[in-house]
Design a protein around this ligand. Sequence first.
Ligand code: GTP
Ligand code: MG
Length: 198
Amino acid sequence: MKHATYIGSWEKSVDIPVSNKPEFAFIGRSNVGKSSLINMLVGQKELARTSSKPGKTQTINLFDVDQRLHICDLPGYGYAKVSKKRRTEFKNMIRYYLTKRENLSALFVLVDLRIPPQTIDLEFINDCGIHGIPLVLVGTKSDKLKPEALKENLKAIENALYEAWEELPPFVVSSANSKVGRKEILQIIEDAIQRSQQ
Ligand SMILES: Nc1nc2c(ncn2[C@@H]2O[C@H](COP(=O)(O)OP(=O)(O)OP(=O)(O)O)[C@@H](O)[C@H]2O)c(=O)[nH]1
Ligand SMILES: [Mg+2]
């Protein structure tokens, strides 16, 4: 990834311009580190807006990378501080995007490695599985954990997923701070582009 530019932000999925470039979307609970991960991947600190307060990203934001692929920064789910109505709107916006976006090549679902598996994450991941959305799981903020704790938490996430999955989707351990996982994620993106061109 050499050069990324902002394309635009939309409140309604139906308004996003149709494109045939392979698109890679990032989702997960508010504050899990979606926007930070995107910036780490493209190597541009302030491409996607980040914040220490949850609920920063509230629209669907698209970025172009090298005129070859798109990256999509989605709003976080499970943010408690928005109204029920707004939350339902978010949910519908995300569902529409995930089920109708024809050039969606993969959805990266981010989970916070510092905490035990969260019901909302598991439900979301399982739901994506049911709908056949091509998933990649990314554990975030690994820099905050000692190796033992990291191992334990990874095991817990894996075990929770095995309750619904026979074979788990790929899982990448990452850190936006230390760039752990960058190579792996970029490789997954490259492989998906190659596959889509076959
Ligand atoms: N230590 C550490 N902190 C991180 C990492 N990634 C993100 N953060 C911090 O977590 C907070 C949230 O990051 P964002 O990237 O804005 O999270 P988001 O998932 O885009 O959040 P919303 O847009 O609100 O849904 C910020 O304070 C980041 O600095 C990481 O890998 N390690
Ligand atoms: Mg964000």
